[in-house]
Structure formats: C-alpha cells, structure tokens
Design a protein around this ligand. Structure first.
Ligand code: NI
Ligand code: MN
Length: 222
C-alpha cells in the first residue's frame, strides 16, 4: 500500500514499504500546512528545481533524517553537508523503493546553469507515479506516457507560473494517465483555481479519475 500525504502547494510524500519519499519539501512559509519541517520523517527527497516553493526545507530535512536529496547537480550545489544523488534529464536510477527517471519540465530552474525537471517514479510493488514539477504543457508528455503506464500523474494547475487547468487536462490526455492529482494551486491569490472545475474538465477530455486532495490529508494510491 502506498500512501500519498499532501502538504499543500507541490509538497507531498509517498509512504512506501521501502521508505518515505518526500517531494519538493516546502514547509516553512507554506500557508497550507501546519506540519513543521523538523517533524518530517523521510529517507529520500526529490527536488524538481531551486525555486523557494520547491527546494524549500530540503537541506534541513535531509540533515535531520540523514536522507538523500535527488536533484540536478546545480540544485544540489545549494544543499551543503547532506547526502546527495545527482541525476539529470533522461537518466534513470534504481533505489530500494523502485526506479526514478528524471524528465523534462518547461520552466526556469531558480539556479544558474540548472534545469527544472519532473520525475517518473516506478514504485516497487506499487503504482507508477509521474510528478510534472512546475511546467508548461509540452507534447513530449506523450513519450512519457508511452514509455510507462502512468497510474498517477501529479500535475500543476495553478496557472500564472505553470500550466493552468485547461493545459493540465490536456497533459492528462497526452500522458494517457489513469489518475490525476492536482497540485500547485490556491497557495496564494496568484494561483487561485477551482480544482473541481479542473476535475470536470480533465475527466471529460481524458479517460482519467481526478482526485482532489486537501492539504494535510492523505489518500491511498492503488
Ligand atoms: Ni518554479
Ligand atoms: Mn512553483
């Protein structure tokens, strides 16, 4: 059983039988969560890019947990004195919990020379999860969906800094995803969205089930 814990914005964790994977650990100054960075337990931290709302508390949480941060080298250069695992776009690596492939994202990186990314996570004894990171819609999402059966696509819908709900619905279609979880919305007024409008849109356009998860709650991924 895989548990998806959502902390608002694009911060979530996947609790697997082989450890906890924390993604884009934005706790401090995240208005959507009551959880404090110092209370978070994990073994791995995936960071999509260096903007403050994604890199967040990665270094502190890695230090507290002796966890490994996985990101591009330029993002890792901002995380001193912790265990790191550099990857780059198109590369895959095996971990105790399964396989991770770093994928393209169309977005700025927040650190000189860096590149923003997404992740395909093929969980051992569990579903395959694609986290798009911060990105615009791009047609190569079709390749991501052709390579792996995407059981859950975690997609930004907030607009302004990333795709909005119409493009995210199109992304679900490109990915041929089975389930979609929206993220990166309603954290601030600039990314205000109705996730239920997105749900209606995406379910009409693509053969997907959209799961709207409230901050500081969790769902089981099947
Ligand atoms: Ni960003
Ligand atoms: Mn962002």
């Amino acid at each position: 059983m895989i548990r998806y814990n959502y902390y608002g914005h694009s911060c979530f964790s996947l609790e697997t039988g082989h450890g906890v994977i924390l993604v884009d650990p934005f706790f401090t100054d995240n208005p959507k969560t009551k959880v404090k960075a110092e209370d978070v337990k994990c073994q791995y931290i995936l960071v999509s890019h260096a903007h403050f709302d994604h890199l967040g508390d990665a270094a502190v949480i890695a230090k507290n947990n002796d966890a490994t941060i996985i990101a591009v080298p330029e993002v890792l250069s901002l995380c001193k004195g912790v265990k790191t695992c550099p990857m780059n776009i198109g590369g895959s690596m095996s971990f105790p919990f399964g396989m991770v492939r770093m994928t393209l994202a169309v977005h700025s990186s927040g650190v000189a020379g860096g590149i923003a990314c997404g992740y395909v996570i093929v969980l051992k004894d569990g579903p395959t999860v694609y986290y798009a990171g911060d990105t615009a819609l791009f047609t190569d999402m079709k390749i991501i969906g052709a390579k792996e059966r995407i059981d859950y696509a975690i997609l930004p819908i907030g607009d302004n800094y990333t795709m909005g709900k119409e493009d995210a619905a199109r992304a679900a279609q490109f990915l041929n995803a089975h389930n979609v979880i929206p993220v990166h919305y309603n954290t601030w007024p600039s990314i205000e969205q109705d996730p239920y409008e997105f749900k209606e849109m995406a379910e009409k356009l693509a053969m997907v089930d959209v799961h709207v998860v409230n901050p500081d709650t969790s769902i089981e991924l099947k």
